[in-house]
Design a protein around this ligand. Sequence first.
Ligand SMILES: [Zn+2]
Length: 107
Amino acid sequence: MRLRKGDLVEVLTGEERGRRGKVLEVQRNKQTGRARVIVEGLRLAKKHRRTTRADKPGGIIDLPTPVEESNVVLLCPKCGKRTKVRREPHEGRRVRVCRECDEIIDT
Ligand SMILES: [Zn+2]
């Protein structure tokens, strides 16, 4: 499954299993083709930062941790189901279509 920024996904494994959110970033490894995604509001790691300079206060900040692409599943924004997509030509370009409801997912 090739995910894109803005896709709605559900996490399949780990502590955050079953949680849903929007893909904020896709980090694809050009050599392996594998990708990790950063999902909005998920996998926030608490990082403790020491104050190093006066203008950079320390403390605890939330940093999103990337999830392996294979550990999330795409949710169709139209029917809300976990889905896979097929690609179809539509108005001169190829778009992703939900296999559950046949709606075009790309906007
Ligand atoms: Zn659908």
